[in-house]
Design a protein around this ligand. Structure first.
Ligand code: SAH
Length: 246
């Protein structure tokens, strides 16, 4: 069969600037706010007429960051501690025959930004810059299946991780008035324990860093406690999307 070719209809603006620390599914962190930016010819008011009556949308997108990394028939879902293998079609792994992702997200509103049309979203699990191929409204009567069997991922992942902030980190969060949820957001990102499974078994204290918005965040993990030691503004030349931070 002839290969298909699709153009992105829009691009995601997200606080998640790298794969590390992104939740494994949407909806787990409602404070993860982002946007889908539609450019011409898709930035047409007609194209989204009626969309605001839906609370949630399905996004079909490309795992663009890892698209050229290939795939294998068997993957190790992080959910199973990295020890057990499942068929790629039995998982939501990013390394797939076609690197296509599917996320249900909350629609917070629609606004115009010059010649662009912006769908404001929350609860996203998407990397900044993710190309979106299609948007469909979420239909509760057809899509919500509370009796469905969730296999080896039957409930949202739980951890017993706790989080605290240094005075500097706390003051930094409080100073970001345009992001009133920043501290809670960071807390929830760390509570899901983004470390790779093999590091979770380590006894000794470990130090990590990540970028959310244009902030560099440093923390240490000791047992089940995360201590956010420092948050700094990313240097201007490396900031990928300073506009997200307002
Ligand atoms: N809800 C989607 C994504 C599940 S995998 C689906 O089921 O298809 C979730 C992981 O996708 C996240 O942990 C993140 O690291 C990764 N991810 C998000 N956007 C990505 C992108 N543009 N390219 C590569 N990986 C991405």
């Amino acid at each position: 069969m002839k290969p298909f070719e699709f153009n992105a209809v829009g691009v995601i603006e997200s606080p998640y600037k790298q794969k590390f620390a992104i939740p494994r599914q949407p909806g787990l962190i409602p404070e993860a706010k982002g946007a889908l930016v539609l450019s011409p010819p898709y930035a047409d008011d007609a194209i989204v007429r009626g969309i605001e009556s839906f609370s949630h949308l399905w996004l079909v997108f490309v795992f663009h960051e890892t698209a050229d990394k290939g795939w294998s028939p068997l993957v190790r879902p992080p959910r199973l501690g990295g020890n057990d293998k499942k068929g790629v079609f039995a998982t939501r792994a990013t390394f797939r025959p076609n690197p296509i992702g599917l996320s249900v997200v909350k629609l917070e509103g629609v606004e115009r930004r010059g010649d662009k049309l912006v769908l404001n979203l929350s609860g996203i699990d998407l990397l900044d810059g993710t190309p979106v191929l299609d948007i469909k409204p979420y239909l509760p009567y057809a899509d919500a299946l509370p009796q469905a069997n969730g296999g080896f991922a039957d409930a949202a992942p739980q951890t017993d991780m706790t989080v605290s902030f240094s005075e500097q980190a706390l003051a930094f969060c409080q100073a970001q008035q345009q992001l009133p949820d920043l501290q809670v957001f960071i807390e929830k990102v760390l509570k899901q324990d983004p470390r790779p499974p093999y590091k979770k078994q380590r006894e000794e204290q470990q130090s990590y860093g990540m970028t959310l918005y244009n902030f560099n965040i440093k923390w240490t993990v000791d047992g089940n406690h995360n201590y956010v030691s420092e948050i700094r503004l990313q240097k201007a030349h490396t900031a990928t999307s300073a506009k997200n931070a307002g």
